[in-house]
Write a protein that binds this ligand. Structure first.
Ligand SMILES: *[C@@H]1O[C@H](CO)[C@@H](O)[C@H](O)[C@H]1NC(C)=O
Ligand SMILES: *[C@@H]1O[C@H](CO)[C@@H](O)[C@H](O)[C@H]1NC(C)=O
Ligand SMILES: *[C@@H]1O[C@H](CO)[C@@H](O)[C@H](O)[C@H]1NC(C)=O
Ligand SMILES: CC(=O)N[C@H]1CO[C@H](CO)[C@@H](O)[C@@H]1O
Length: 333
């Protein structure tokens, strides 16, 4: 026996399923490192976030590894990742070497995405700021706020209500992410916000309209490792404080819409390009160099590039070494 209620629920479920954003378009599943290490404040929604990402990941054709271990940030370990998703990380969670590896990975086409306090971490790492777009300054007390998509023409907002009101921490930033090339996707109604910290006579540091979630098509990492087609896209949302919001489809569609859009920029091996990411085939040979230098080809070269940002000296060194070996062989003969 079906009640009207059951029928309505079924119809609603079907509508929601149809409205769901598309899975990542890669021919093999992009592999994404979900990093949740904290040094300062720790959100109690982190376990819920992990559980929900685990649940939704397969539907979006994304493979997640979950870690709080900073040693993951070695060249060998990071090479297999198409993307990272930082969820409410806090303070300085990577040492200088690990930050160097992360910077090089970003310059190799790696896709960054971050949620909530991800903007409150690695504040002294230039490439991290370029990836996330703006760094955390403060939030007024958690309260019911009204968020609005500025466009619905993006997977991160396609399923967001025009006015989405719920209890959240509204983040304010040290700078306007638009200065780092960001396109803002979601804003908040500041007129309804109880925020004693903001001086109405000052130009707001975070810019106008107030940025809540955004994307960056080409993050400003200043350098591209040889063999990478371009910089990976990035996506950040400041929403995601509470267990409750992580348990909503609306929020999960927002996070996965942003993440899959960023991955679908096609800068990694899951998309059959580039030098990092999940793929079972070896990386393509590096493109020809602009100068008339003789270079090695094949896997050895591109892996060497990933380790060393300054490719040319290592090629020169290889040439010297080859010369020395040839000389040695000649002497032996
Ligand atoms: C990362 O790789 C190093 C070796 O390069 C290894 O010692 C370490 O355990 C790895 N960490 C993780 C989390 O895989
Ligand atoms: C890029 O260069 C600018 C200007 O020199 C600098 O301010 C910024 O920190 C650099 N960004 C990165 C990611 O190195
Ligand atoms: C590279 O070599 C070709 C032919 O060997 C020459 O025509 C060309 O001018 C060279 N290009 C540069 C940038 O030296
Ligand atoms: C190299 C690598 O990590 N390959 C993995 C890519 O993803 C598949 C699943 O889609 C794994 O089975 C591979 O091991």
């Amino acid at each position: 026996m079906f009640s009207i209620g059951t029928l309505l629920t079924t119809a609603l479920a079907a509508a929601v399923a149809l409205a769901k954003p598309n899975p990542a378009s890669a021919p093999v599943s992009p592999r994404v490192l979900v990093f949740t290490k904290t040094e300062g404040f720790r959100h109690d929604s982190i376990p819920t976030a992990i559980e929900q990402l685990r649940k939704y990941g397969p539907e979006y054709n994304i493979l997640f590894d979950f870690s709080e271990d900073a040693t993951t940030f070695s060249d060998t370990n990071m090479t297999k990742y198409d993307g990272v998703l930082f969820v409410s990380t806090s303070e300085n969670i990577l040492n200088a070497d690990q930050q160097g590896v992360f910077t090089k990975w970003l310059q190799s086409g790696g896709v960054y995405s971050g949620v909530h306090l991800a903007c409150g971490t690695l504040q002294n790492m230039a490439a991290y700021k370029a990836a996330v777009g703006a760094l955390f300054e403060y939030h007024p007390e958690q309260q019911v706020a009204t968020f609005s998509p500025l466009t619905k023409d993006h997977p991160a907002t396609a399923d967001m209500p025009d006015q989405w009101s719920y209890s959240e921490e509204v983040y304010f930033f040290q700078s306007d992410p638009r200065e780092m090339g960001a396109t803002v996707l979601v804003t908040v109604d500041k007129t309804k916000l109880d925020n004693p910290n903001e001086d109405p006579n000052q130009t707001p540091k975070s810019g106008t309209p107030h940025p809540i979630a955004w994307y960056i098509e080409q993050p400003q990492y200043n350098y591209t490792v040889q063999g990478a087609p371009k910089h990976g896209r990035s996506f950040y949302t400041s929403l995601g404080h509470s267990n409750e919001v992580w348990q909503t489809d609306t929020f999960m569609y927002h996070v996965f819409g942003g993440l899959t859009w960023a991955l679908d920029g096609g800068s990694t091996r899951a998309y059959q390009v580039g030098i990092i990411g999940n793929n079972t085939t070896p990386p393509p040979p590096p493109p020809p160099k602009p100068e008339n230098e003789t270079t090695d080809s094949g896997e050895g070269t591109s892996r060497a590039d990933l380790r060393s940002s300054s490719a040319s000296p290592s090629f020169a060194a290889a040439g010297v070494l080859a010369g020395a070996l040839a000389l040695g062989a000649a002497i032996l003969l």
